[in-house]
Design a protein around this ligand. Structure first.
Ligand SMILES: Nc1nc2c(ncn2[C@@H]2O[C@H](COP(=O)(O)OP(=O)(O)OP(=O)(O)O)[C@@H](O)[C@H]2O)c(=O)[nH]1
Ligand SMILES: [Mg+2]
Length: 686
């Protein structure tokens, strides 16, 4: 089969807040378009998109999943993405390779935290957007309230192209304002052909049809003139002008749906085909520059299967990618032999011979290709466009349950890291622990589940140690004198140093202030070295010392007995003496925390933050939800996810990042110091 013409492709990322029905919408579209024979259900784990065992157990999408259907002679590639903030890696990557986004919102919840975030990403990537208000059959669902929120909070260019017929449990269908027809078969079967609009809706339909016309003619001068002249505009003319406006990103049509009943699916598929531009029309996604290549593809997702090996999912940027060809990876400069190409449909892959411009495909068993890599037909000097993934915020210490499994754990986690670049493993140089860092607690927990199921390694998660630091508050001066006389050649080193606190508690400076030759030039770096070694473990809690300027002011030496070693020891001794006198204090990392919660939980959340030594920085109410900004010590928010869930009934969302180091208040510092002391003593016993 020849590759699909770029003009006939629609690449759409299905995005939105967690649980707005994205997976169910994809399922409905596949079913309505005849790609599947039955409407799968998220609860039953029977959807095409949520095929992974972890997704089915948790009833949520954890990774992007590519699903294809044909509609009106077009090939639509739907990339269903996870809504949960902890699994945004794939969502961000998917939005880099499509022309359009289908933004799902719940008619009950309206605009939520993640809705705003994906909207902003879509802005950055210049994506055309269709908004779908889903779950209109649920209690407390309200299309009009949601529409107003969309217009107020996302864009005034959101415009209804459909209306619900009835509401909540009495919802019986939807009106398509564009084609002036109605769909009235909310029974979960294949949606029937459109019928006539019920008479009782005439008034409302006229009102919203006019709003739609007003919005559309705004974007088309010729049409505007005729409209103002009082001429009747044909349905097709309006549809065409809307399509152009959506393509250019000037209007965002708002559709209605009940995904689980397959209602509104036909009109939604129509909108995607008509509104989302094809790769041919849109050209390269934002940020790519592959002029010199004749064929290029961008890897936006990687699957690490312990049996099938690695599968790279790509979007063809230019030309054709065919099996049995050779491509180059500009990052590694390595040639990659392309064996079998694959077409994806959820978990299924079928062999494909070639993929043309704009299409999404997959390839197995390349040597060293990662998410974010480009594959080109010959070596070129191309810039890596890359993908800006968010930094991990939740770290846990991991250790294998079985002794001796350390290497296996590390290797398996590396494989998982290939699949999910927002997951990282590193050794904390200070505490020696292996830290697994992800975007949320659940993110890290899912990784642990996968380690077990896919790679057969069992690990334990512990709260990580807080990376404390130490610093000084005042100036001090001390001498370090090392002298040893044992038989033959002795050891002699002697130095005087002054410690001064540096701004921001950060950094280290060594300044040689010696006038004359009290210490020969060649021994002075040894003093510096000795001091730096002593600074690795401060005297308070064994934490690294930061924020110190050392002035080397004086000393003495011995022509025979002095050595680098002796001066290193003298430097370390001088530091320890001076440090004690310089008012040392413990520093702790402080996080910048942003919490978004329903208005009614604000009091409880603020009270809780207060009890965690949080400092409120600001509050921003926004349509039923309030975003609270605060600075909180890391030690107080190691398991914040759980607390927030119980404080808000699961409706809160948060993210945090490292801000700076601050002094630990004395009474708390005493506790930390006592604890670390006890631990160190215990460690010394073993
Ligand atoms: N009543 C009703 N339930 C729906 C509708 N659409 C989805 N659901 C249900 O809502 C829940 C969430 O649906 P999903 O399709 O998993 O939502 P999602 O947006 O993919 O969720 P994440 O992947 O976790 O972000 C499931 O229990 C669905 O069965 C709808 O239109 N009406
Ligand atoms: Mg989903």
């Amino acid at each position: 089969m020849p590759p699909t013409e770029p003009g006939k492709i629609r690449n759409v990322a299905v995005v939105g807040h967690r649980g707005t029905g994205k997976t169910s919408l994809v399922e409905a579209m596949l079913f309505q378009a005849g790609a599947t024979n039955r409407l799968g259900v998220v609860e039953q784990g029977s959807t095409v998109s949520d095929w992974d065992e972890d997704e089915q157990r948790r009833r949520m999408s954890l990774a992007a999943s590519v699903c294809r259907c044909e509609w009106q002679g077009r090939t639509i590639d739907l990339v269903d993405t996870p809504g949960d903030a902890g699994f945004q890696g794939d969502t961000i990557a998917a939005m880099r390779v499509v022309e359009g986004a289908l933004v799902a919102v719940s008619a009950v919840m309206g605009i939520e935290v993640q809705t705003g975030r994906v909207w902003q990403r879509a802005d950055e990537a210049g994506l055309s957007r269709v908004v779908v208000v889903n779950m209109l059959d649920r209690e407390r669902a309200d299309f009009f309230r949601t529409l107003e929120a969309l217009r107020a909070q996302l864009s005034q260019s959101c415009v209804a192209v459909q209306l619900p017929i009835g509401s909540e449990h009495e919802l019986t269908g939807i009106v398509d304002l564009l084609h002036m027809t109605a769909y009235t078969s909310p029974d979960g079967g294949r949606e029937a052909s459109p019928g006539v609009i019920p008479d009782e809706l005439a008034g409302e339909v006229a009102e919203y049809r006019e709003k739609l016309l007003d919005a559309v003619v705004e974007t088309d001068e010729a049409l505007m003139e005729r409209y103002l002249d009082g001429q009747e505009l044909a349905v097709e003319e309006v549809a065409r002008a809307l399509k152009d406006a959506v393509t250019r990103g000037e209007l965002f049509p708002v559709a209605c749906a009940v995904a689980t009943k397959n209602l509104g699916t036909t009109a939604l598929l129509d909108l995607l085909v008509e509104g989302v531009p094809s790769p041919a029309k849109k050209g390269l996604p934002v940020g790519f520059e592959v002029d010199e290549a004749t064929a290029a593809a961008f890897v936006f997702k990687t699957l690490a299967d312990p049996f099938a090996g690695r599968i790279n999912v790509f979007r063809v940027l230019k030309g054709t990618i065919s099996s049995d060809s050779t491509l180059v990876n500009p990052r590694t400069h390595a040639k990659e032999r392309v064996g079998q190409l694959l077409s994806l449909q959820g978990k299924d892959h079928t062999p494909g011979a070639e993929f043309g411009e704009g299409s999404i495909g997959a390839v197995a068993k390349l040597k060293d290709v990662q998410t974010g890599d480009l594959l080109v037909d010959h070596e070129l000097a191309v810039d890596q466009p890359g993908i800006e993934f968010p930094e991990g915020v939740m770290s846990f210490a991991v250790s294998p349950k079985a002794k001796g499994d350390e290497e296996k754990v590390a290797a398996s986690l590396r494989r998982l890291g290939e699949e999910d670049p927002t997951l990282s493993l590193r050794r904390d140089p200070q505490t020696g622990e292996q830290l697994l860092t992800g975007l949320s607690q659940m993110h890290v927990e899912v990784a642990v589940d996968r380690l077990k199921r896919r790679f057969g390694v069992d690990v334990e998660l512990r709260q990580p140690r807080v990376p404390y630091l130490e610093t000084i508050r005042s100036e001090s001066r001390a001498q370090g004198r090392y002298k040893k006389q044992t038989g033959g050649r002795g050891q002699f080193g002697d130095c005087h140093i002054v410690l001064e606190p540096l701004d921001d508690h950060m950094g280290y400076e060594f300044v040689d202030k010696i006038v004359g030759g009290s210490i020969p030039q060649s021994y002075r770096p040894a003093v510096d070295k000795g001091i730096q070694e002593a600074m690795l473990h401060g005297e308070l809690a064994g934490a690294p010392v930061q924020g110190v300027r050392v002035l080397l002011v004086d000393g003495s030496y011995h022509t025979v007995d002095s050595s680098e070693m002796a001066f290193k020891i003298a430097g370390s001794m001088a530091f320890k003496h001076a440090y004690e006198k310089a008012n040392p204090v413990l520093l702790e990392p402080v996080m910048e925390l942003e919490v978004t919660v329903p208005d009614e939980s604000v009091g409880a959340v603020n009270g809780d933050l207060n009890s965690r030594r949080g400092r409120l920085q600001g509050m921003e109410p926004r349509g039923g939800m309030t975003t609270i900004k605060a600075e909180v010590p890391m030690s107080e928010v190691l398991t914040y996810s759980q607390s927030l869930t119980s404080l808000t009934g699961g409706r809160g969302d948060h993210h945090m990042q490292f801000l700076r180091y601050d002094e630990v208040p004395t009474h708390i510092a005493q506790k930390v110091i006592a604890e670390t002391k006890a631990e160190r003593e215990q460690a010394a016993h073993h």
